[in-house]
Write a protein that binds this ligand. Structure first.
Ligand code: SAM
Length: 223
C-alpha cells in the first residue's frame, strides 16, 4: 500500500478549520478502538501486526492513533483538513491504494457507500464501527445480501461519541457495533465485546493525546 503517513501530526491541530456538521465528525473514544483490536481484529479477524491498515475517515486521529499502537503500517485520510493525515475523499475516484484492511467509523449518512468502497479496496477485509441502528433499513438489507458480513461484534458497554470532540467522561444512550467483512471467509455468529473495556483500556495520557486543547486565554492571568 502507498500513502503511509507519520503519526504524531496532532501537534498542528491548532490550525484546523471546523468541519461542517454535514461531515458528521464524531471522534471515537480511544479505548473503544483498543477493545476492537484486542477482542476482534487480532483474535477473530486474524489481522496481523505487519499488515497495512487504512483509516479513511480519520478526523483528528482518534481511531488511527490507537490502531497504530498495534499495527505497524497505518494510513490515515479524511475529506476535511483536520491537520491530521492526508486530505482525500474516500468516495471519490478510486486511488491507487490497496491496503490489507480498512477500519473506520464512517459518517452516518454515507455509511453504506463507505462499506462498499472499503470492501472493494481492502485486500483482506474491512470493518466499520456503526450505531446498532445502522444495521436496519432497505439500503443495508441490500448491502448485507450482496456482501454478508463475516461478523457483527457488539459493544456491551456504551461508547459515548460527541460531535466535534472526545469527552473522556461522556455518556450516551446509543449502542454501537462493528460490522466486519473478511474476504473468502465463512460468516460466523455475532460476538459481544466484554464489559469493563472503558476502564481497562483508557490510558493515563489519553486526555493529553486526544482531548481538545483548552482555548488560549484572551488576556494574561493575574492582571
Ligand atoms: C464519525 S466521524 C469519525 C472520525 C474518526 N474516524 C474517528 O473515529 O474518530 C466521520 C468522519 O468522516 C469524515 N468524512 C465524511 N465524508 C467523508 C468522505 N467522503 N471521505 C473521507 N472522509 C469523510 C468526516 O470529516 C469525519 O471526520
Amino acid at each position: 500500500m502507498t500513502g503511509f503517513l507519520p503519526f504524531g501530526a496532532r501537534a498542528i491541530m491548532a490550525s484546523r478549520q471546523e468541519p461542517p456538521d454535514s461531515l458528521n465528525f464524531f471522534p471515537t473514544p480511544p479505548w473503544a478502538t483498543r477493545a476492537f483490536v484486542e477482542h476482534v481484529a487480532l483474535p477473530v479477524l486474524g489481522v496481523r501486526r505487519h499488515e497495512t491498515v487504512w483509516e479513511p475517515a480519520c478526523g483528528e486521529g482518534h481511531m488511527a492513533e490507537p490502531l497504530a499502537e498495534t499495527f505497524r503500517f497505518v494510513a490515515a485520510s479524511d475529506i476535511h483538513p483536520y491537520g491530521y493525515g492526508k486530505v482525500a475523499d474516500f468516495l471519490g475516484p478510486t486511488d491507487d491504494v490497496w491496503p490489507h484492511w480498512v477500519f473506520t467509523n464512517p459518517p452516518f449518512p454515507t455509511g453504506v457507500d463507505f462499506a462498499r468502497r472499503a470492501i472493494l479496496v481492502a485486500e483482506r477485509g474491512a470493518a466499520l464501527l456503526v450505531r446498532t441502528q445502522w444495521l436496519h433499513t432497505d439500503e443495508r438489507y441490500e448491502l448485507f445480501t450482496e456482501h454478508p458480513p463475516f461478523l457483527i461484534a457488539y459493544y456491551t458497554e456504551r461508547v459515548p461519541m460527541h460531535r466535534g470532540r472526545w469527552e473522556p467522561e461522556g455518556s450516551t444512550a446509543t449502542d454501537y457495533c462493528w460490522v466486519c467483512w473478511v474476504h473468502g471467509a465463512e460468516p460466523r455468529p455475532p460476538m459481544w465485546i466484554p464489559p469493563g473495556q472503558r476502564q481497562r483500556l483508557t490510558r493515563p495520557d489519553d486526555a493529553r493525546r486526544f482531548g481538545r486543547p483548552a482555548p488560549a486565554p484572551l488576556f494574561g492571568e493575574g492582571g
